[in-house]
Design a protein around this ligand. Structure first.
Ligand code: ZN
Length: 291
């Protein structure tokens, strides 16, 4: 099977250092495998989105030499596909309406268990829709982070597929679109490692194949004492002179001291030097300082 990788930003702000590392990591994997690199805009949550951000992210990627091989897919145009998958799960009896609030579930450790609601149906507001999660361990081997396991029923519980405000969940949309785009390997930030078992579970329920996964450490700003920022959005990039930021992102992908006086030649050299197994497998890493 031909390699197909993707970068899937949410248009909630500018491309930053952390997302550049994820974009670059996925691009390098695809280039090294002689495959295709796709970009998908995860624009499913209008209240959180920043107007103009999708266009700004695509322009920034181009400044850094990262141009998708196929037209960008927008999740905001994919509602029919998510609805079809949702109806399929519903017809399989795996989805239920739920009026439980976060407060209602607090006494249960925030976990919705065994399809059993603690709040009865209510006429005055729409429900969220959850998928019923049976007990059993979900396992997968992350290319960088190694063997992973999660018991969804006890660690996550029945999770939301469609919110009460009618937004589709990230997990459902991600699984449907990864399958639609024929993605063979998902390369993304370590903050999504815990989401992966939910996505594998949905792939299994929907009869979709599971891609390989590679979760990269999160690049964060460090202060003078070395303490890391909590926000991954804290690393603005220099689009006018992208070479220095590109070298920083490459450094976090364990690519150091390679030749290249412009974006294109640096990227070409990086393809030959990339070995994901040399990347730090820590959860968080400091964004390299200037100089
Ligand atoms: Zn409930």
């Amino acid at each position: 099977m031909d390699y197909r990788g993707r970068f899937a930003p949410s248009p909630t702000g500018d491309l930053h250092g952390g997302s550049l590392v994820a974009a670059l990591g996925s691009w390098l994997r695809a280039r090294q495998a002689g495959g295709r690199w796709l970009v998908r805009m995860d624009d499913l949550d209008p209240p959180r989105e920043v107007p103009g951000s999708a266009e700004a992210i695509l322009a920034a990627l181009e400044d850094f030499g990262l141009v998708p091989d196929e037209p960008v897919l927008y999740q905001s145009q994919r509602h029919a596909a998510y609805a079809a998958a949702f109806e399929r799960l519903k017809s399989q009896g795996e989805v239920f309406a739920c009026w439980c609030s976060r407060n209602d579930l607090a006494a249960l450790g925030g976990i919705h268990r065994s399809g059993r609601c603690v709040t009865p149906p209510q006429d005055d507001r729409p429900p969220a829709w959850r998928v019923r999660v049976p007990s059993g361990m979900i396992r997968f081997d992350d290319v960088l982070q190694g063997p992973q396991r999660q018991d969804l029923a006890t660690e996550v519980g029945d999770f939301v597929l469609r919110r009460a405000d009618d937004c589709w969940s990230y997990h459902l949309a991600c699984v449907i679109d990864d399958a639609f785009q024929g993605v063979t390997e998902v390369v993304r930030g370590r903050d999504l490692l815990d989401s992966t078992p939910r996505q594998i579970f949905l792939q299994q329920r929907l009869g979709l194949s599971t891609p390989a996964y590679l979760h990269l450490p999160l690049a964060l700003r460090a202060d003078a004492s070395g303490k890391l920022s909590k926000s991954t959005r804290d690393l603005p990039l220099d689009h006018v002179n992208p070479l220095a930021d590109l070298r920083r992102a490459l450094q976090l992908l364990a690519i150091d001291a390679i030749p290249g006086d412009d974006v294109e030649s640096l990227l070409q050299a990086a393809v030959g030097h990339f070995d994901p197994h040399r990347i730090a497998y820590r959860q968080q890493v400091p964004w390299p300082a200037a100089g």
